[in-house]
Design a protein around this ligand. Structure first.
Ligand code: HEM
Length: 149
């Protein structure tokens, strides 16, 4: 599978818990404006998130978690979050990752499924392997707040 080659030696689940870059806060991981450009700026990020949402709906491992979702709000908040993390001119104003996910009892498998879909969405949008890895590294510190203990 193509996503495995992205993570240069780190298996996906390991990447998300162990191969982390230093962070300065939940939405304040070290920023790199080049990543914002590499993701295609705001329009590119919105397209990636849209593709991710289609993939989620088709993925029986996690689709049930998104039933009844406010699609527009999720799209705009996740786009804001990725845009901000990537060094773009956006500010995430949604709830904390702990608050927004704690009632869902999200498993490790579900978390990895979502990341797998994100990688597929990034691939479909022609995002370079280096940029994919940078984004995954920004998201990795959120793992502990999203997966149920
Ligand atoms: C790196 C992984 C993840 C990131 C970056 C992420 C990010 C977000 C963001 C930004 C929101 C919006 C919060 C708000 O509206 O205030 C959200 C909501 C949500 N997330 Fe995640 N999420 C991740 C993993 C997951 C996983 C693994 C699942 C389930 C399998 C999930 C299910 C949901 C659902 C259902 C909502 C909507 C909650 C609501 O509106 O009440 N997320 N997520």
């Amino acid at each position: 599978m193509t996503f495995i080659r992205l993570i240069s030696g780190c298996f996906l689940a390991v990447l998300l818990t162990a191969c982390q870059t230093p962070v300065t806060g939940e939405a304040g991981a070290e920023r790199d404006a080049n990543l914002y450009d590499a993701l295609g700026q705001r329009a590119g990020i919105e397209a990636i998130v849209e593709d991710l949402m289609y993939l989620i709906v088709d993925d029986t491992r996690i689709a049930f978690q998104f039933r009844g979702l406010d699609v527009n709000r999720f799209h705009s908040r996740l786009s804001d979050q990725i845009c901000g993390l990537a060094g773009g001119p956006c500010r995430y104003t949604g709830r904390s990752m702990a608050e927004s996910h704690q009632a869902m009892a999200i498993t490790e498998t579900q978390f990895n499924a979502l990341v797998e879909n994100l990688v597929l969405a990034l691939e479909r949008n022609g995002i370079s392997t280096a940029a994919q890895n940078q984004l995954l590294a920004q998201l990795a510190p959120m793992h502990g707040d999203i997966v149920a203990p």
